[in-house]
Design a protein around this ligand. Structure first.
Ligand code: HEC
Ligand code: HEC
Length: 292
């Protein structure tokens, strides 16, 4: 029940932030559309100093204090250039596709197409970051996020250490997967996931990701031209799959709205297709994904 209440409160916040966005038609795209850009104005010298300072804070300040401060930085809209905090797009650590989807191009020469916000469950263990794996470590990414998002653009060691501690504390919601109470359909789906369907070759370990990039031939959304990462060509970062039932739409571009569509994609058109799954087997795989 507690979970439901938190979600409702978060929902109210989203609506409020949504209104804020639609009340400014025709204005130039706000800075947040360049969210997570890795260029920005952080020199390598500044990055090194911030990371060293964050390291010292991390080993001297009590963890609970850091997490509480990080949670505050993650949420407080007053700190952010356009009032949209991390919480607006990564609600409670999950994903909020309505507000969070970033439509590119955001600058001259940028690619064309949407990028779906990933959930941040277990994010301390899923480097590299971003859909193209272009951010090698969490603290470096956070330094740039603060530089690009915060009103004062000031990535201090304290802030980076606090946000990192909070993000590292984000555990996926407890599910039947954790409790060992999965339905028989989900258990059949798990056997397929690990066997005939071959999902486990990329979605492995406790968070169901190998933390590597693959070109699985996910289709573009109409009008988009998103090349993905260069190595391997047209590849994207394997996402973790915990709580995946609650983070639609799916893939880097949100091209699939249901898990059934995802499973049909793997069965028929992915790089690893055809899997020749029966209708029942596809339902079982979906039941397993829903249990995560
Ligand atoms: C406007 C919506 C939006 C806001 C605000 C936002 N994010 Fe994101 N976040 C995204 C999107 C979209 C992506 C994926 C971007 C990509 O890879 O192209 C992302 C990716 C990430 C990732 C990488 C996750 C992974 O597994 O690769 C982290 C970490 C992250 N965001 C943290 C934050 C933090 C911390 C803040 C606040 C300082 C924040 N985000 C604010 C939308 C947002
Ligand atoms: C060759 C590696 C590979 C295999 C095999 C694989 N996946 Fe994936 N999976 C990925 C990558 C990479 C992505 C992200 C692709 C993108 O966004 O373009 C992904 C994305 C997903 C997503 C979307 C998650 C989200 O949050 O958007 C789901 C669900 C998923 N895979 C389930 C499966 C299932 C079920 C199977 C087996 C039928 C499977 N995968 C097999 C690499 C793989």
């Amino acid at each position: 029940m507690r979970h439901v209440k938190v979600m409702l409160l978060a929902g109210a916040g989203i609506v409020a932030a949504g209104l804020l966005l639609v009340t400014q038609p025709g204005t130039k795209p706000p800075a947040r559309l360049d969210a997570h850009r890795l260029t920005g104005d952080v020199s390598s010298g500044q990055l090194r100093r911030v990371l060293e300072a964050a390291d010292v804070i991390d080993t001297t300040v009590p963890k609970a204090e850091l997490i509480a401060e990080g949670k505050h930085l993650f949420r407080d809209p007053a700190l952010y250039q356009d009032g949209l905090s991390c919480q607006g797009c990564h609600t409670e650590g999950g994903a909020n596709a309505d507000l969070g989807t970033q439509v590119h191009p955001t600058s001259a020469g940028d690619f064309v197409g949407p990028r779906d916000p990933p959930a941040l469950w277990g994010v301390g263990d899923t480097a590299p970051y971003l859909w193209t794996g272009s951010a090698p470590d969490l603290e470096g990414l956070l330094t740039r996020l603060i530089r690009n998002f915060f009103k004062d653009g000031n990535p201090t060691g304290e802030r980076v250490a606090a946000l990192a501690a909070y993000l590292r504390s984000l555990e996926p919601p407890v599910s039947s997967f954790d409790l060992g109470t999965m339905s028989s359909a989900a258990l059949r789906g798990q056997r397929l996931f690990q066997g005939k369907a071959g999902c486990i070759s990329c979605h492995s370990g406790p968070l169901l990701t190998d933390n590597r990039l693959h070109n699985t031939l996910v289709p573009q959304v109409p009008g988009a031209n998103d090349p993905g990462a260069a190595n391997p060509p047209h590849s994207f970062n394997t996402p973790q799959l915990r709580d995946v039932a609650n983070t639609a739409p799916y893939m880097h571009n949100g091209v699939f709205t249901t898990l059934r569509q995802v499973v049909e994609f793997y069965d028929k058109t992915a790089s690893t297709a055809p899997l020749n799954l029966t209708d029942q087997e596809m339902n079982d795989l979906v039941a397993y994904l829903n249990a995560l």
